[in-house]
Design a protein around this ligand. Sequence first.
Ligand SMILES: *Cc1c(COP(=O)(O)O)cnc(C)c1O
Length: 347
Amino acid sequence: MKALNQLLRTNIQNLKPYSSARDEFTGEAAVFLDANENPFNQPYNRYPDPYQRMVKDKIAELKAVHAANIFLGNGSDEPIDLLFRAFCEPGIDNVVSIDPTYGMYQVAADINNVEVKKVLLTRDFKLDVEELLVQCDDNTKLMFICSPNNPTGNCFNEEDIVQLIKRFEGIVVLDEAYIDFAPDKSLLPKLDKYPNLVVLQTFSKAWGMAGIRLGMAFASQEIVGVLSNIKYPYNINVLTQEKALELLERESDKNEWVKQLLAERETMAQRLEQLTFVRKVYPSDANYILIKVLEPRAVYDFLVTKQIIIRDRSTVSLCKGCLRISIGQPAENSLLLEALSLYGKNQ
Ligand SMILES: *Cc1c(COP(=O)(O)O)cnc(C)c1O
């Protein structure tokens, strides 16, 4: 890995971060007259903890990492955007990413005026390690890998990911949004070994908290420090911090949901295989299934008439004819399968 200062934008290296009232005094006190808050309407009159200490301590315990290695954002989208802003000089630097993958990396790149060099997965959706490395140049600051990958649903070979981390001189951003559904292990326990690794996880999927907007980036203390310096000071609001603390006590619910969704996913895969117009059901390590059909738009439109919405991914690289189906509750999955078999009969 290059030295962090070589990777960071100069303006970020030199940044003097905003210092809030809550930065200048921390600790116990009886009277807070330092932040121009309204003294009434407690507790929502107070600014939230800008460091989210209680939430981070709980996550540190759940994930067996140090709190200093955790950055919290308004969804994973926030750390994705902040990584561009910290490391990529607009119009000059670039990032390397796989294709197909999660659309947000490209959007964040476009917003920041940063080029994305895309490297196709192999036809069986594996990483092309050598090509990913060949695409990197002196101005390549970040490499985005998503495993399990969205929309293909598969995990990548851990050895391939480790190769990229070891051989790429910049920062590897490994998006593990769906890791709770995968048989493969998270790379989180190896964070200490790889100073250029950023692991993204989220509460939006397995934990069922997409509505509260809370995403995590795990990285070296130095990288977490940089992201913390450039975030909005109060990026995680009081309601989200409170609700997260409450819901993080219910890890067993999360585990139960994952178990149910995995069982449903297997049933769904089997039933989808039986439909004559379905040409392929891709194996999935996530809470969705990618299928290939003859006429994706016709299937999609038919489902819309039945008020069932899935995701048309047929225009995405390597995904011609593909539809992505999230695993729902059993009754929802049954409605989908009924509608699909009706579509099949009408063919
Ligand atoms: C859903 C998803 C996320 C989660 O985004 P949030 O902003 O945390 O809701 C992140 N990465 C991938 C690949 C996803 O599919």
